[in-house]
Design a protein around this ligand. Structure first.
Ligand SMILES: Cc1cc2nc3c(=O)[nH]c(=O)nc-3n(C[C@H](O)[C@H](O)[C@H](O)COP(=O)(O)O)c2cc1C
Length: 360
């Protein structure tokens, strides 16, 4: 129905109105959630409100007339190419969610593609709660998390029938590869590659996450560039898929350049700049976490400018929380951008950002 019936022409301010409604509901839910936690003498925890928001959106999606709330057209732009992968919008979801209905929703809202969260081989519950909080920074739109890569286990996740739905949008959706040792990265990548082959998935890529600050081994490869090189070379021998490496904003500039050289030495690769920034925070159960959102942007921009002369395609991730920052990142040389916190705060940022790209 919505293919024939273009709601955009009828409700030109739709994303703005829906944003206001969504943000008001979000604020109320957070307030109620914090009040309940206070009454139960529990520590403040943002996670229940986020889970509620995701569940609410996914349930609402089933009601008649849901297209009015969730279906937006893609921006009328030339696609952005990452080798042979074609993104109809340069905005992608960063690897931070593995719930398929939520990723489907973002695709309906008009995101250009994205990367599924890092899922390790075994089922993991992640760190104890509270493990996600609104950040105590001067700047708004920031969160701190120490989720610790919770997930259902790679084999279980890949077996989910609904996973295939993500590839029906004909937009590139990648898999983030994690591990504790190079052997584990290789084994997890191979499991994903077998799944891709078995299911004839063509519109996909791998993103190697070597920069997770929230597990004890999540950054092992950052201190062993030679091992990363070996891993990339091995994977390149086994697949022609585009492969990216996600670096950390906590790396020094020299280190970023060293890693870019390594990534560039292998064909059909890109760099993702970058992950969350490690921060101490005693409101998180493990005493520290990864900062994301607004405060990361300056460093993201610095890293884009550092990486640009290499000619390696860049996915800029970190602090892209408004349309102005999105445009600055693209103008400075990002091929694509990745967003996470902007989606946690308001998924209607997708149509809003898309619209901004069609305006001067
Ligand atoms: C709750 C949460 C979970 C995340 N999980 C992952 C992950 O599994 N793999 C990964 O590469 N990055 C992960 N990230 C990092 C994001 O992909 C992104 O790089 C980071 O949040 C910076 O982008 P932002 O400022 O737009 O949020 C996570 C971030 C958040 C907030």
């Amino acid at each position: 129905m919505y293919r024939i019936f273009d709601y955009v022409t009828i409700f030109p301010m739709r994303e703005l109105i829906l944003s206001i409604i969504y943000l008001s509901i979000r604020k109320t839910v957070i307030l109620i959630s914090y009040s309940i936690q206070y009454l139960k003498r529990e520590k403040r925890d943002l996670e229940p409100a986020i889970t509620f928001g995701d569940t609410f959106l996914c349930m609402f999606r089933r009601f008649p007339g849901h297209q009015l709330f969730f279906s937006f057209s893609m921006p009328k732009l030339a696609p952005t190419m990452l080798y042979d992968l074609s993104f109809p919008s340069p905005i992608t979801f960063a690897a931070f969610k593995s719930e398929v209905p939520i990723m489907e929703l973002w695709l309906k809202l008009g995101i250009g593609g994205g990367c599924i969260k890092t899922i390790l081989k075994e089922r993991r519950t992640g760190n104890p709660r509270p493990r996600i909080q609104e950040a105590n920074t001067k700047e708004p739109l920031a969160i701190i998390n120490a989720m610790g890569l919770p997930g259902p286990g790679l084999d279980y996740f890949l077996d989910l029938k609904r996973l295939q739905k993500l590839f029906k949008f004909n937009r590139p959706v990648g898999f983030s590869v994690g591990g504790c040792t190079p052997k584990e990265y290789k084994s997890n990548a191979r499991t994903i590659l077998e799944h891709i082959k078995r299911n004839n998935i063509s519109n996909t890529y791998l993103e190697i996450n070597i920069s997770c600050p929230n597990t004890s081994e999540g950054q092992n490869l950052l201190s062993h560039p030679e091992m990363l090189k070996k891993l990339l070379v091995t994977l390149r021998e086994e697949t022609a898929l585009v492969i990216g490496v996600k670096l950390s904003p906590d790396q020094s500039n020299d280190d970023i350049l060293r890693f870019i050289d390594i990534i560039k030495s292998v064909e059909r690769t890109f760099v993702n700049l970058g992950n969350t920034q490690a921060k101490l925070d005693d409101r998180i159960s493990v005493g520290k976490g990864g900062l994301s959102g607004h405060p990361l942007f300056e460093r993201t921009l610095e890293m884009i400018n550092l990486a640009k002369p290499s000619g390696l395609p860049i996915i800029a991730t970190g602090g892209i929380t408004d349309a102005a920052r999105l445009k600055v990142a693209l103008k400075n040389g990002a091929t694509l951008v990745g967003i996470a916190t902007a989606l946690v705060i308001n998924p209607y940022n997708i149509p809003h950002f898309n619209k901004s790209l069609t305006k001067p």
